[in-house]
Ligand binder design. Structure first.
Ligand code: ADP
Length: 483
């Protein structure tokens, strides 16, 4: 029997994206369709979304959704919450143009969660759902509204899944917002929506959802510890086996070195030698000395999470080893300035581009010998998955999804041909320098290097396995609701 799932997300490609959440929410419908799961995605009606869907039809109305009039629009497998008082504003989904959080974010995303719970609960005629899947704190209130909604005794409960894409973002608001949420008084409890004397949106979702997932098995374990749980570790740990990790897939058509139109030369696992044309092109693009030494790349947000300060401290060592570095990133002003300053001290050896450039990212994966990902934490990480597919050897911190997707080139893994990259413990300058030493040593053995490249390129990170894992989870929960 087809499962009807309502996926509740504040962003989804191709309509609106600020990060990995948008990629995953956008990919889920196609990932689940082969498993007989029909996914409908509920999105907020931001101006860009409404503009992209002029043919959307109104299928439901709320006179007041937390005080705002709202309509539900339908367009194919999309439902759009059109509430102009909440979402009709330019800027990012979460901040104004100056980067400040919208002061009414609590109301915007509580209303979003309330609408989702109403829909999953059967409020819209002709649109029934078997399960609600909420993504990140912006949808965190949906499982809570569903749990606290009055329900007819005869009606089977609708199970819910809460997925954490990054536990660092939690949606924590003052206590005075609680009365406006329209929840029963019983919801103000430690096992309800209350969190450190306020309202916690992600917390509410984690307490209320029938199952919790995050985007890699290692991150699922890590967030149950104080070092990674960002205050929610106790709650995660208490949910035990109901917290699982499902690694994100990638779009293997968009990221295909054999057909990528952005590259100087296309290549496959059998024609790796052609890759060198991409290396030459990348050297030219970044003003680097041409040469046969190892060319490292970095494509990253320039933030503390990504360990970019650690990289700055290890960068001289990379140059000393004979390496060159092409870096593309945007983020903290101090880090941007730091990278520009060091590039100025090493002309021809370090090239830096600040900004966001998807096309260049493709060329860097195709032209770089190795990509550095020294993250302090990494729920899943996509950049190392693209690198594996492009034969750009990932050199990554052993955390979260990085630990789950890269196999370290230790002697045993090398001799059995399964190694796909270099892993190092705890992102700090010394461990990164040691990893650079190991990488350059491996590079100097071309046959071993090629074995590692090829093993990475042969890995399957398409949505196949992850789609099956979500579908199996949905069916388990629906069976338990019936039972
Ligand atoms: P996160 O979502 O935490 O930033 P991920 O690795 O999961 O990290 O996904 C980020 C994606 O965006 C990766 O594919 C990465 O290569 C890409 N990316 C990051 N910064 C840039 C940039 N400045 N230009 C182009 N692509 C970038």
């Amino acid at each position: 029997m087809t499962v009807r799932a309502l996926s509740v997300a504040s962003e989804a490609v191709p309509l609106i994206k600020t990060g990995g959440l948008g990629d995953v929410a956008g990919a889920l419908p196609a990932a689940l369709a082969p498993h007989d799961v029909a996914v409908t995605t509920l999105l907020p009606g931001y101006p860009s979304v409404l503009r992209a869907l002029p043919g959307a039809k109104a299928v439901h109305k709320w006179a007041g959704l937390l005080g705002s009039p709202a309509r539900l629009l339908a367009h194919d497998e999309l439902l759009i919450l059109d509430a102009p008082g909440l979402f009709d504003r330019e800027g990012s989904p979460y901040t104004d143009n100056a980067g400040h959080d919208w002061p009414d974010n609590w109301r915007r995303f509580a209303a979003f969660g309330r609408a989702a719970a109403d829909i999953a609960g059967g409020a819209v005629k002709g649109r029934e759902f078997d399960l609600l899947h909420a993504h990140d704190w912006q949808a965190g209130m949906a499982p809570a509204y569903l749990r606290f909604a009055p329900r007819k005794a005869a009606k089977q409960p609708v199970p819910s899944v809460m997925t954490i894409h990054n536990i660092a973002f939690q949606g924590h608001y003052p206590a005075h917002t609680f009365p406006a949420l329209g929840l029963p008084a019983a919801a103000w409890a430690v096992d309800g929506v209350e969190y450190h004397g306020g309202v916690g949106f992600l917390k509410a979702g984690l307490e209320s959802a029938w199952a919790v997932t995050t985007v890699s098995p290692t991150y699922a374990r890590e967030i149950g510890t104080p070092e990674f749980g960002m205050g929610l570790d106790g709650l995660i740990a208490s949910r035990g086996e109901t917290v699982t990790g499902i690694v994100n897939g990638i779009d293997t058509a968009e990221w295909d070195p054999g057909a990528d139109p952005q590259l100087a030369a296309n290549y496959t696992v059998r024609t790796l030698a052609r890759r060198s044309a991409n290396k030459r092109a990348l050297e030219a693009e970044f003003g680097l000395d041409p040469g046969d030494g190892p060319l490292f790349v970095v494509i990253s947000r320039l933030t503390w999470q990504k360990g970019m300060d650690v990289l700055l401290e290890a960068i001289e060592h990379l140059v000393w080893l004979g390496g060159r570095l092409a870096l593309l990133g945007a983020g903290d002003a101090a880090l941007e300035a730091g990278f520009h300053a060091i590039a100025a001290r090493h002309p021809g050896r370090i090239g830096v581009r600040t900004g966001y450039d998807e096309v260049l990212a493709h060329r860097m994966q195709a032209g770089g010998d190795a990509i550095l990902v020294p993250s302090r934490f990494e729920p899943c990480g996509l950049t190392q998955l693209y690198a594996l597919r492009y034969g750009c050897v990932p050199v990554v911190a052993r955390t979260g999804g990085l630990a789950d997707t890269v196999i370290d080139a230790n002697l045993a893994a090398l001799s059995s041909g399964v190694a796909t990259g270099i892993l190092f413990g705890g992102a700090n300058p010394q461990t990164l320098k040691d990893a650079l030493d190991r990488t350059v040593a491996l590079w100097s053995r071309p046959a071993d290097w090629r074995t590692v490249q090829r093993a990475g390129m042969k890995q399957d990170f398409s949505w196949g396995r992850s789609g099956a894992a979500y579908a199996a989870l949905y069916r388990r929960l629906i069976a338990s609701a019936a039972g």
